[in-house]
Design a protein around this ligand. Structure first.
Ligand code: UT7
Length: 328
């Protein structure tokens, strides 16, 4: 078996910033409520001519540059997204063309906010078994197109952006490796966070549009409780599997949905907030993109260093969840 290492990270956030004060003009809300309940101050919003693959492209190019690789070196492309360019073809296939990559296996992965952790875990299997050497995994979302801008309980929470990593076969000298991965889904709780219309269950119709059923619906309070409990259990399981204590972990890069969720998580697993990578104040929840964006920012500003132990922990609709513990 081979080992996998993250050889490059990249991210992209669209230029336009929408602040809480801007939102005050759209729905009945206020900056103080949003900051106190979520920690979010602003979010990035894609330009009208930008779609998910456009942001994925820039994040991927940045990750390739860090890895010192060319598009032709990529053996597999996975795009985790809930807001693809089209229902068909996949955003991964669109990205493969835009990048100028070879004709390689390229697919989208639907696991909502846990998509990037799912994708990284899948990629790890292909590296370990020696099938592929360099895999591009992207989390990219244009959530601004699928949220209800009249619903103050959801529209304040989300933003647009993309993050990417290259997972490569590690050499014998590399200390970097993926130590463990745990993935889950609890479909019995699907109703807490969903987009009911626009699929085969309820195809597009005037009724779907009139009732905004093509947009995100969420039971925030229940999601909050499940998020804290599930993230803590994923982190605990990863520590137990690797016989590590939380003190031995250098960084936790969790799904960025709400600062209060992350504070509650830190308390439950006894992690100092100084070890929690958090950017939700500036990016809000970008679903599958939050973890690779936060990871890239922490790698580029020097917080995350080679050889350090990093925990990725995700939670989202489905209700999917998962963790990856890695030595960066
Ligand atoms: O990737 C996973 C995706 N989702 C999440 O992670 C979301 C998890 N949930 C949350 O982050 C929180 O539950 C929210 C931020 C969505 C809501 O915070 P909360 O502390 O759970 O508030 P609440 O739903 O209990 O609402 C409290 C009050 C309500 O008013 P009443 O009934 O007490 O009079 C809401 O109507 O706050 C009201 N409210 C707002 N007020 C101002 C709800 N949204 C807003 C708003 N501005 N945007």
């Amino acid at each position: 078996m081979y080992r996998a290492k993250i050889s490059g990270t990249g991210s992209y956030l669209p230029e336009k910033i929408l602040t809480n004060f801007d939102l005050e003009k759209l729905v009945e809300t206020n900056n103080q409520w949003i900051v106190e309940r979520t920690g979010i101050r602003e979010r990035h919003i894609a330009a009208p001519d930008q779609a998910t693959s456009d942001m994925a492209l820039i994040a991927s190019q940045n990750a390739l540059a860090m890895a010192g690789l060319a598009p032709a070196d990529i053996d597999l492309i996975i795009v985790a997204t809930t807001s693809p360019d089209y229902p068909m073809p996949s955003t991964a296939a669109v990205l493969q063309d835009k990048l100028g990559a070879r004709s390689v296996c390229s697919f989208d992965l639907s696991a909502a906010c846990s998509g990037f952790v799912y994708g990284t875990s899948i990629a790890n299997q292909f590296i370990r078994t020696g099938v592929y050497k360099n895999i591009l995994i992207v989390g990219a979302e244009t959530l601004s197109r699928i949220i209800n801008w009249k619903d103050r309980e959801t529209c304040i929470l989300f933003g647009d952006g993309a993050g990417a990593i290259i997972l490569s076969r590690a050499s014998d000298q590399d200390q970097s490796t993926i130590l463990s991965e745990h993935l889950y889904a609890d479909g019995a709780l699907n109703h807490l966070l969903d987009i009911p219309g626009g699929g085969s269950r309820l195809p597009f119709s005037q009724k779907v549009l009139d009732e905004n059923l093509q947009l995100v619906r969420m039971k925030g309070r229940e999601i909050f409780k499940n998020a804290v409990r599930t993230l803590a259990s994923c982190c605990g399981e990863a520590l137990e599997t690797n016989k590590l204590t939380v003190d031995e972990i250098d960084w936790v890069v969790p799904h960025q949905a709400n600062a209060r969720i992350l504070e509650a998580l830190a308390k439950l697993i006894h992690l100092p907030m100084s070890k929690m990578i958090m950017n939700v104040d500036k990016t809000a929840n970008t679903s599958a993109a939050t973890i690779p964006i936060a990871l890239d920012q922490a790698v580029r500003d020097g917080r995350i260093q080679r050889g350090q132990l990093v925990m990725l922990a995700a939670f989202g609709a489905g209700l999917t969840s998962g963790s990856i513990l890695l030595k960066f």
